[in-house]
Design a binder for this molecule. Structure first.
Ligand code: ASP
Length: 578
């Protein structure tokens, strides 16, 4: 037997027992007559005491036989800190070259180096905790959905383009020269076909692929909890997945979330938080103050279609220098404001950057409308309505960060509902589906959906919903179109001609002709769910083998060129210079 116990389980109650342990040497401290070793495996660390000075390098794999004894110097920070193993015999199972960085709670290795030796980084406790949480959550999801009658069904990876709006990863087909598969951006069409096939509750924890420019914290391949249900309305879907989330919070974190979860319309989210994924852990809502500020001779406000403000609590003491810095901050291209107007509501009086245009009473009324009280700092931006609200939303999050209002241990989930169905794009002069082209309009808005006027179409709300947690969209979905004529109309509205629609999505339009049931569903981004549950911003730690910001796996050095012979077999030529 290699081991009788693991490295995390022995306690004072085991004192006197003879045990066999196996693991990695994290550290060996040689004190002349004695050597102390921290022996590690994924369950923890146990201290060994050996006589003499055995040759033990870091990360050697060893097996020891010894007796559990009470420690003289107990370590209350370690679960095994009351005991140590007095080693009687040691067996080196394998040596290790010196690892390129320390494999401890906090490593001395840089990110790139750790990525190259990911299998060593994965030995560290923080990553082991992250993957253990991921595993726990996956089990909770499976157990819950199984209990609710969902079937886990796999859908293919070699398919054709899916409609999630990103670029596809493609795979050349050797057997069909000149033709390509696309990897799924999501199993959207397949799960709808499963509904047509009568599998009325489907789920899959599934890899999806999107060839997007990698913004911070995106992965070209990522995992979704993908779900679909038949004979349901929005209410049924929200209730089912609220239940799943409630169970995940309860069983993995011991956290209770509100029952029922708050719901907010997309319009309210934009108006009050300047974001379709509002962080409702703190207030600082956006207030429209257009009427109060116009017509007093301040042309910047007079010419702006919208003026909005937030009241930052307790920041009236901001200095000139801090305000200048904040002004520069909102002018950065990432935010894009032209300038920033402020009102400081200090104990010793009010001061604003627009004092010469407004009377003290008017300034007081503006501050009041922004929801400010004495001690607050009012920040005002103006311009086109949605753009300005978005900027105020970004500013709100920034101030929330600066004030420590975004505690990762506080969880404020909610549903965003009533999205617009369509988004007009000025550049291409056409509508895009805000979610995807299979999303149904709200039944009461269907009349506008068939109208040819742009205004009518802009008014149509989707039967769609997003699950938002702490300012991050964790998932989203919709009730689907299940009628072939309606689906055709959707493609028409999106400027996809009948031929293109037939070529790309003929199979699903056709399937809808064979008795498609009413259905709907959603998908959660599993990597991000794990990161947020773990209280972290970055998803990379929750993926065993992630890619870096350039989409590269530096451990296996991929992507990489392939042999000419392979290129020929696939009938492809490369224009890239190697
Ligand atoms: N397929 C959608 C997505 O990936 C989710 C859904 O509508 O179920 O965002």
């Amino acid at each position: 037997m290699y081991r009788t116990h693991n490295c995390g389980e022995l306690r004072i109650g085991n004192a006197g027992q003879k045990v066999t342990l196996a693991g990695w040497v994290q550290k060996a401290r040689n004190l002349g007559a004695m050597t102390f070793v921290d022996l590690r495996d994924r369950y923890g660390i146990t201290q060994l005491v050996l006589e003499g000075t055995p040759e033990l390098g870091r990360e050697y794999v060893i097996q020891v036989v010894g007796t559990v004894v009470e420690r003289e110097n107990k370590n209350p920070k370690m679960p095994t800190g009351d005991i140590e193993i007095k080693v009687e015999s040691i067996n080196v199972l394998n040596k290790s070259v010196t690892p390129p960085f320390t494999i401890e709670e906090v490593s001395d290795g840089g990110e790139d180096l750790r990525a190259k030796y990911r299998y060593l980084d994965l030995r560290r406790a923080p990553l082991q905790r992250a993957l253990a949480l991921r595993h726990r959550l996956a089990q909770e999801i499976r157990n819950y959905l199984d209990g609710e009658g969902f079937m886990e069904i796999e859908t293919p990876y070699l398919i054709k383009s899916t409609p999630e709006g990103a670029r596809d990863f493609v795979v050349p087909s050797r057997m069909n020269p000149g033709e390509f598969y696309a990897l799924p951006q999501s199993p959207q069409t397949f799960k709808q076909l499963l509904m047509v096939a009568g599998y009325d509750r489907y789920f899959q924890i599934v890899r999806c692929f999107r060839d997007e420019d990698l913004r911070a914290d995106r992965q070209p391949e990522f995992t979704q909890i993908d779900c679909e249900m038949s004979f349901v309305e929005q209410e049924d879907v929200l209730n089912t997945f609220e239940g799943m989330m409630r169970r995940m919070f309860r069983n993995a974190l011991g956290v209770e979330i509100p029952d029922p979860l708050p719901r907010m319309s997309w319009y309210d989210a934009m108006d009050n938080y300047g974001s379709d994924k509002p962080d409702i852990r703190f207030g600082m809502k956006i207030h429209q103050i257009s009427e109060l500020v116009k017509g007093q001779g301040f042309s910047v406000f007079d010419n702006a279609p919208y003026v909005g403000a937030i009241a930052v609590p307790g920041c009236a003491g901001y200095t000139r220098k801090q305000l200048d810095e904040l002004t520069e901050w909102v002018k950065r291209p990432q935010v894009g404001a032209k300038g920033l107007v402020y009102i400081r509501l200090g104990q010793d009086g009010t001061k604003s950057s627009v004092d010469k245009f407004y009377t003290p009473e008017q300034i007081a009324a503006i501050a009041d409308a922004a929801g400010a009280v004495t001690g607050d700092l009012v920040l005002i931006l103006c311009g086109e309505k949605r753009k300005t609200q978005t900027m105020l939303g970004v500013l709100r999050i920034e101030m929330g960060n600066r004030l420590g209002l975004r505690d990762p241990k506080v969880f404020s989930p909610l549903w965003i509902v009533d999205f617009p169905l369509l988004e007009w794009d000025d550049e291409t002069q056409r509508f895009y589906a805000m979610h995807h082209p299979f999303t149904a309009p709200k039944p009461e808005h269907e009349k506008w959906f068939w109208s040819d006027s742009k205004e009518d179409l802009e008014r149509v709300c989707a039967n769609a919903y997003d699950f938002v947690l702490n300012g991050t969209e964790l998932g989203g979905g919709s009730i689907r179109i299940h009628n072939a004529d309606m689906q055709k109309r959707m493609f028409e509205v999106l400027g996809i001609g009948p031929e293109e629609a037939e070529r790309k999505f003929g199979f699903i339009i056709n399937a809808f002709k064979f008795g498609a049931p009413p259905h709907g569903g959603l998908a959660f981004g599993f990597d991000r769910v794990c990161a947020l549950f773990g209280g972290q911003e970055t998803i990379r730690d929750y993926i065993a083998f992630p890619k870096n910001n350039q989409g590269r796996d530096v451990m296996i050095d991929s992507p990489s060129a392939i042999d000419d012979i392979q290129m020929q077999e696939l009938c492809i030529a490369s224009t890239a210079s190697r």
